[in-house]
Design a binder for this molecule. Structure first.
Ligand SMILES: NC(=O)c1ccc[n+]([C@@H]2O[C@H](COP(=O)([O-])OP(=O)(O)OC[C@H]3O[C@@H](n4cnc5c(N)ncnc54)[C@H](OP(=O)(O)O)[C@@H]3O)[C@@H](O)[C@H]2O)c1
Length: 293
């Protein structure tokens, strides 16, 4: 179902990893009026050469957004990486969409987005979701679960040391590849109506014990889980050089895996992208060099 493929579809953050894949997916699925928005239009010259209209879109420059959103029917707002500024940035984008007469917003949110003090950086997604809901427009909020790619940050070190540090009581995470999340977002832009919130997950939840077993299997080396308390995990991250605030956000994610917020499995990827989501095992097998193998 691609009933909106001939409408004007804007993807913000189109020079980012997810945004670019979403634009490629729109092209592949036959969208005819694609607008790729980015802060630096020179990065998308190749897309312009392929018939995509490229516009400057910078949520920090609210005044410029009027031109950026002009004539747009439906928009994929890719959440920014401006942690701490995202509520203002993304609310500016929602306001611009409404003022321009956009009919439907797709937004990349996060699982269990909530205003609670234990939500880590998830609170920014919650307030953005609220701004979208209050706009009165149609929306599809896609709560993208943890990217499979996040594991690549420390997988080589975990395999080399044979030790995977995680929280006591971990109940698993439904890792989804960034590409699956991006194709799902493109599919939602092409076909969704109404006002819905959807969790975007991989095909199964994977505990730290499962993940250690996968690393062991792929590397042929023993990998053991060392289960620790949140303050120990935070201290370990800081002593490994991770800035305190970021370490706090990473620990908050792991706490959500303990409470079960990340153990949800849905069929959203398949419904909107038309493909089954990749398993973590497949993803790791396709990324052996990043694992130091
Ligand atoms: N689920 C997860 O595990 C996970 C992990 C990491 C990040 N995320 C979230 O998912 C988003 C997309 O992931 P990604 O891998 O594509 O991230 P990325 O490659 O780091 O891209 C960052 C994105 O933020 C956009 N951006 C930054 N400042 C902006 C501004 N002032 N106005 C408009 N857009 C701005 C960039 O757009 P341009 O460069 O095109 O202007 C780009 O699309 C991230 O930005 C983050 O919010 C989720």
């Amino acid at each position: 179902m691609t009933q909106f493929k001939d409408q004007t579809l804007l993807v913000t953050g189109a020079a980012g990893h997810l945004g670019r894949i979403a634009v490629e997916e729109l092209l592949a699925r036959g969208a005819t009026r694609i607008v790729a928005g980015t802060r630096d239009v020179s990065k998308l010259a190749d897309l312009a050469a392929r018939g995509v209209e490229v516009r400057k879109v910078d949520f920090d420059d609210a005044a410029s957004l009027t031109a950026a959103f002009a004539g747009v029917d439906r928009v994929l707002i890719v959440s920014t990486d401006g942690i701490g500024s995202r509520v203002a940035q993304q609310t500016a984008a929602v306001n611009a969409a409404k003022a321009a007469g956009v009919k439907h917003i797709v937004y990349t949110s996060a699982p269990a987005a909530r205003p609670n003090p234990d939500a880590g950086i998830g609170f920014e997604h919650y307030w953005t979701e609220l701004a979208i809901a209050n706009s009165g427009l149609g929306f599809t909020i896609l709560r993208n679960h943890m990217y499979a790619e996040n594991n690549l940050a420390d997988a080589a070190h975990v395999i080399a040391s044979g030790q995977l540090f995680g929280l006591i009581g971990d109940r698993g995470t439904s890792y989804v590849t960034r590409a699956d999340a991006a194709r799902t977002a493109a599919g939602a832009l092409l076909q969704c109506e109404g006002q819905t919130i959807e969790d975007v997950t991989g095909p199964a939840f994977v505990t730290n014990v499962d993940r250690a077993a996968l690393y062991s299997q792929i590397s042929g080396k023993p990998v053991q889980v060392i289960a620790v308390a949140p303050d120990q995990l935070q201290a370990g991250m800081v002593s490994a050089g991770i800035p305190e605030g970021f370490a706090g956000a990473l620990v908050a994610f792991q706490k959500d895996a303990v409470t079960g917020h990340f153990g949800v499995v849905t069929d959203t990827v398949e419904r909107y992208s038309g493909r089954k989501p990749a398993t973590l095992a497949d993803f790791l097998a396709a990324n052996r060099p990043a694992l130091g193998l």
